[in-house]
Design a protein around this ligand. Structure first.
Ligand code: GLU
Length: 307
């Protein structure tokens, strides 16, 4: 059976989950998302892309962006980044503020909203937020092999206006002295990274280097060094899906990152990268149909990293 046939079977298998779950109502555009949408795209080591469903429709990548921002910030700061953010699972919702107070403004890990705010601040460094964002966009475009990827500025503005909680997180971190740039600069970068518009196909392609030890198997370019790529995968495995990261590792067994737009990237080391998109979320914020599709895909391919 071809890989394309496997993907088609997987999508047919889980069709009952389409339309289930709740959209992320706290973000204006996502509140209107259509929960019947479902796309599954995979790019394998030979560079071939396979896709089923709504895989050419763009959505905001939301916290999947944290992974790319982290990869870039680690290139700039190397292990010094860990002075500002931890690498333990949080076991709490994405926008949780509780741990921040107890841990004195050093977020648990870079894949929470608080952690990403700190990573964004570090990536901005002494530049303007606009300059740093241009570098991030260029990085993602290169990884995806597509120069047309851009930020949905209207969405970024609307989320920023509604973003009292993230603003609170940023001020809280600043109060502990863990932000070097003004809060509004950091938030401007943060919301625009979340509002980068991409399709399933583009996201799967952009994440491919993480399945091949940091090197893009198609172009041969080293995007990041092997140890860093492995560590990013380790963080995704332990902290990539809010407080259902354990459940995702249990069911799927691949490093991945979920976001509230309903996107999930999953990394199958040595095989390829997968992106699913379906806006209906479970109670923890992970796409219901997306996680089911990945669970079925791994059952059929044997791609679990725990084999
Ligand atoms: N922009 C969203 C927020 O900050 C991202 C959350 C997510 O995807 O987990 O709340």
């Amino acid at each position: 059976m071809s890989f394309q046939d496997v993907l088609e079977e997987v999508v047919a298998d889980i069709s009952a989950y389409r339309g289930q779950g709740k959209v992320a109502a706290y973000i204006p555009t996502l509140a209107r998302a259509d929960t019947s949408k479902l796309g599954v795209a995979a790019v394998l080591g030979d560079g071939k892309s396979h896709a089923v469903g709504d895989t050419d429709e763009a959505f905001s990548i939301q916290s999947v962006a944290y992974v790319f921002t982290l990869a870039l910030a680690l290139q700039h700061h190397k292990s010094a980044l860990w002075n500002h953010v931890g690498r333990e699972p949080a076991g709490s919702p994405v926008n949780s503020i509780i741990q921040l107070e107890m841990e004195k403004g050093r977020p648990r890990n870079p894949l929470t909203a608080a952690g990403s705010l700190v990573v964004c601040d570090q990536l901005i460094g002494r530049r303007s937020a606009d300059e740093a964002l241009e570098e991030l966009l260029q990085f993602i475009r290169t990884c995806a092999g597509d120069d047309n990827i851009a930020v949905d500025e209207t969405l970024a503005m609307s989320e920023s206006k509604a973003g009292a909680l993230n603003r609170s997180l940023a001020y809280f971190i600043a109060a502990f002295g863990n932000l070097q740039n003004p809060v509004e600069q950091v938030l401007s970068f943060y919301y625009r990274q979340c509002s980068i518009a991409m399709t399933c196909r583009q996201l799967a392609r952009a994440a491919l280097f993480l399945a091949f030890d940091g090197t893009d198997p198609v172009t041969g370019a080293q995007v990041t060094i092997p140890s860093r790529s492995r560590r990013i995968n380790a963080l995704m495995l332990t902290a990539g899906h809010y407080d259902n990261s354990g459940d995702f590792a249990f069911r799927v067994g691949l490093p991945g990152k979920s976001s509230v737009s309903g996107a999930i990237i999953a990394i199958a080391p040595g095989h390829g990268a997968v992106c699913t998109w379906s806006p209906g979320l479970n109670a923890a914020g992970t796409s219901l149909a997306g996680a089911m599709a990945l669970e079925r895909l791994v059952e059929r391919t044997g791609w679990s990293i725990f084999v």
